[in-house]
Design a protein around this ligand. Structure first.
Ligand SMILES: NC(=O)c1ccc[n+]([C@@H]2O[C@H](COP(=O)([O-])OP(=O)(O)OC[C@H]3O[C@@H](n4cnc5c(N)ncnc54)[C@H](O)[C@@H]3O)[C@@H](O)[C@H]2O)c1
Length: 508
């Protein structure tokens, strides 16, 4: 195991902690380099210059990684991973990125290096932040696992999941999700189902799935005490199906020591999550999302619930999963229309994230695991800031206010969730006054054969149902608007007249 990351991320502490917990040895490449130079790194950096310093660092780190024994854990100097030779040498090892934001890293390095000397690359805040931005992508490219938060707290909880990675199929990545009410591992990789990887332990496992997904994948999950099957599709996300699940769980004798697996799309995830939140006042749930919507969005963040005939997701609870296991291979059996519907959530997430994800999505690059991971990271970072939708998390509702209203008005039948959100995105971009961006998004929706208009819906009804939105605060329905990709704002006031115009455009 090799810890990588930016200055101040806590790599040496993490390596020591990991080694201590598992009875291993910890090595620190910076310490070893200092011994080789015979003087502090900051001094060598000044005397030799960065190029010579990096060459010496590359040599030492490559030697170290080539001879690394399984009983040794290493922390690498922040800049060493910039070397392609070091990145190649890292390949056979498990690289764990300790992710830290630029501002927090800046604060942490203010005291200097471990001997209190000023760090040569941490003299100017702006230069430091730019360096952070360039390096982050390199780190993420090589990392098998990404842990955010304080290493001490996160690492102790993440060790079992990190160890499970060594048995996972090649290409599997681990993200560590934190929210106010708990943290959990997220494994993303091809062919994970059937690999028998369980990053969260349980006495016995019970499964909720739907009529389509169950026959395809339930058998890959190993021994299940009971598999409860609900009909496929949004129409099944009801209280009566929740009651059916609760009753089956009682009958099968599920207890809090057991685990409920939610195998399916967002409907199964939301419903099984709700059942897990309420059954015996809360049992652990492992989300195993099999649609794109669920893999990039609904499986994370702990929002669970069912629909009422009058309004969507109106009854529910927050219940963070014990783990999320994403087998990207399951998307192979997903019908094209469902994939397109999930693409809307990817598009929404890219608008929220901006940066590289938006660049790739706006260029209409084909979906890959890196995009899915980027979406997951965006969602996790938003939820980490605000689990209960009181602030930042509201940005995730981009496109959902009008989207939900359209879903209600079409009886959850005519449109898929993502299709409705696509229409909602167009409304939100119109209300944001972002003409060109709206057109760009419209074209992307068309290219993915998604609707950009709908018939048979009454504009005034859209206004009425929007006003009933559960995000309403008193008389106001707060809207999420887009300043530009990467700058999305929640809680925006919208005049009814403008909403009417934005909704009218959607109706053919
Ligand atoms: N909790 C949240 O944060 C959150 C976020 C976004 C959406 N949601 C909810 O998610 C739901 C929509 O989820 P969805 O789009 O996944 O719908 P879904 O669960 O209905 O799945 C769509 C269809 O695909 C089928 N399917 C699923 N996986 C398959 C596979 N691998 N191969 C073949 N068929 C497969 C299902 O049987 C279903 O017929 C909505 O109810 C929405 O409210 C929740």
């Amino acid at each position: 195991v090799v810890f990588i990351g930016f200055m101040g991320a806590g790599k040496s502490t993490a390596a020591k902690l990991f080694a201590q917990t598992l009875g291993l040895k910890a090595l620190d490449s910076d310490r070893m380099l200092e011994e080789r130079f015979g003087r502090p790194l900051a001094e060598e950096f000044e005397i030799a210059g960065e190029a010579r310093f990096r060459a010496a660092e590359e040599e030492l780190v490559c030697e170290l990684l080539a001879g690394l024994q399984p009983d040794t854990v290493v922390s690498l100097g922040g800049g060493s991973v910039l070397s392609p030779a070091v990145r190649e040498a890292l390949e056979p090892h498990l690289s764990v990125l300790l992710d830290i934001g630029p501002d927090e890293a800046w604060l942490r390095v203010q005291g200097g290096d471990r001997d209190g000397r000023e760090r040569p690359l941490a003299r100017d805040h702006e230069v430091f932040s730019d360096l952070h931005a360039t390096r982050r992508e390199v780190y993420e490219g090589v990392a098998d696992a990404i842990l955010a938060g304080r290493p001490r707290e996160t690492l102790a909880a993440a060790i079992p999941a990190l160890l499970s990675l060594s048995e996972a199929p090649i290409g599997t990545k681990l993200l560590w999700a934190s929210a106010a009410s708990g943290s959990y591992p997220v494994l993303v990789g091809p062919s994970l189902l059937g690999a028998g990887i369980w990053p969260a332990p349980a006495a016995r496992r019970f499964c909720v799935t739907d009529e389509t997904v169950g026959p395809l994948y339930a058998a890959l999950l190993g021994e299940l005490q009971r598999t409860i099957t609900i009909p496929a599709g949004e129409k099944a996300k009801t209280l009566s199906n929740a009651e059916h699940v609760w009753r089956e769980l009682v009958e099968a004798g599920m207890t809090r020591a057991d685990q409920l697996l939610a195998l399916g799309g967002g409907v199964v995830g939301d419903l099984a999550g709700f059942c897990a939140a309420t059954y015996q006042r809360g049992v652990p749930v492992v989300q195993i999302p099999t649609t794109l919507v669920a893999q990039v969005d609904s499986a994370y963040g702990g929002k669970t619930g069912v629909d009422l005939p009058q309004a969507k997701n109106y009854v529910g609870a927050y219940h963070q999963p014990a783990a999320v296991i994403v087998d990207t291979q399951t998307l192979q059996t997903l019908p094209a229309a469902e994939l397109a519907s999930g693409y809307v959530e990817v598009l929404k997430t890219a608008l929220i994230a901006g940066g590289e994800l938006w660049q790739r999505i706006s260029a209409d690059e084909p979906l890959d695991q890196r995009m899915i991971l980027a979406c997951v990271r965006t969602k996790l970072s938003v939820v980490a800031e605000d689990e209960r939708d009181s602030g930042r998390r509201q940005v995730l509702n981009l496109g959902h206010t009008v989207g939900h209203a359209i879903e209600v008005l079409t009886g959850y039948e005519r449109l898929r969730h993502g299709e409705a959100v696509g229409l909602g995105l167009l409304a939100a971009l119109r209300l944001s006054g972002r003409e060109e961006l709206r057109e760009q998004v419209r074209q992307l929706l068309v290219a993915h054969e998604l609707p950009v208009q709908i018939d048979g819906v009454d504009v005034e009804e859209v206004i009425t149902v929007t006003a009933r939105d559960k995000k309403r605060i008193g008389e106001r329905v707060p809207f999420v608007l887009v300043e530009e990709p990467g700058d999305v704002r929640s809680g925006c006031e919208v005049a009814e007249h403008d909403l009417r115009l934005a909704a009218r455009e959607l109706i053919s």
